[in-house]
Every structure is written in C-alpha cells, then in structure tokens.
Design a protein around this ligand. Structure first.
Ligand code: 4NP
Length: 159
C-alpha cells in the first residue's frame, strides 16, 4: 500500500479537498487497494470538525464529496506515510519543527511539485478570502492529483 497524506494548516480547506480529489482519482482508476489517502493539519484548532462548508460546497459542485474530519498531524505520520504533500512555506516551517533532523525530508513534498500545468509554487490559503480562492485551490489540486498518480505509477509497481 502506498500511503499519501495531504497536509495544510487547519485541515478544513486545502488538505481535505486535496484528499477528496486524489481519492476520487484513485477510486476511478480502481487503485484503492494499492493507494490510501488521508489528510491532516499542522494545527489542531479544528480537530473533529467537518471541512469548511464553503470548501465542501465548491468541491461538491465539481463532483468531490469531502467527508473527512479534521485532525492534527502526529509524529508517527512521518514514519507511516510515503508521500506527505504540504501546501505552503508556513507548513514547511511547521514540518521542520516536528522533524528538525530532516529524517523524513525525502517524503515531504510541496503539493505543487506534482502540478504539471500550473505555475504556482504554493497552494494559497483560501480561508479569509472569497469564493474564487476556493475554486483556485481545486484547480491546482486537480492538476496535483494527476501528476501525483503519474509519479506513484512511475516509482512503484502498482499495475
Ligand atoms: P486550511 O485553511 O489550512 O487550508 O485548512 C485554514 C483553515 C483555518 C484557519 C487557517 C487556514 N484558521 O486560522 O482557523
């Protein structure tokens, strides 16, 4: 099983939609016995909550149902997961606090590293902005999902 973890700050906007988009792609390709997907937040303020209702609405309009409940990242996650996709530089600084020796650095990626058709270096936080911010996150994440699946297929024998 290849284990993928999407990580943002609150685990209620960017990472749960990344999870839902990638999970749908994995399901559509019949790969859910080979790839598992989860998400987590660097902060725990929203632990146990549903994803932000604005993000759930925008995602559903595009065919993605977000059922995830927010959770804070745990140190074991760095051991357990194979791909840890972070959204921005702030997440990277938070990651370094959790893994100061960079033991797990090879598993930590910027989500945008996998986007082949977009120029953004970070997935911007939509929380304090308008509806276009949520659409923008989904646009980026759809591209990330395609590129990530391609990368996993190239590096792992998953059929
Ligand atoms: P996310 O967005 O990191 O994409 O889930 C945020 C959600 C909540 C907060 C900040 C960003 N917050 O400050 O509560």
């Amino acid at each position: 099983m290849i284990k993928v973890l999407f990580v943002c700050l609150g685990n209620i906007c960017r990472s749960p939609v990344g999870e839902a988009i990638f999970q749908k792609l994995v399901n559509d390709k019949g790969l859910n016995s080979k790839i598992s997907v989860d998400s987590a937040g660097m902060a725990g303020y929203h632990t146990g909550e549903h994803a932000d209702s604005r993000m759930r609405k925008h995602a559903l309009k595009r065919g993605y149902e977000i059922t995830h409940r927010a959770r804070k990242i745990r140190s074991e996650d760095f051991f357990e997961f194979d791909y840890i996709l972070i959204m921005d530089q702030n997440n990277y600084h938070d990651y370094l606090r959790l893994d100061p020796g960079k033991v797990y650095r090879d598993k930590v990626f910027f989500a945008t590293d996998f986007a082949k058709n977009r120029k953004e270096k970070e997935v911007p936080d939509p929380y304090y902005g308008g509806p276009e911010g949520f659409e923008h996150v989904i646009d980026i994440m759809e591209d990330v999902a395609q590129g990530l699946l391609r990368d996993i297929k190239e590096k792992h024998d998953i059929g």
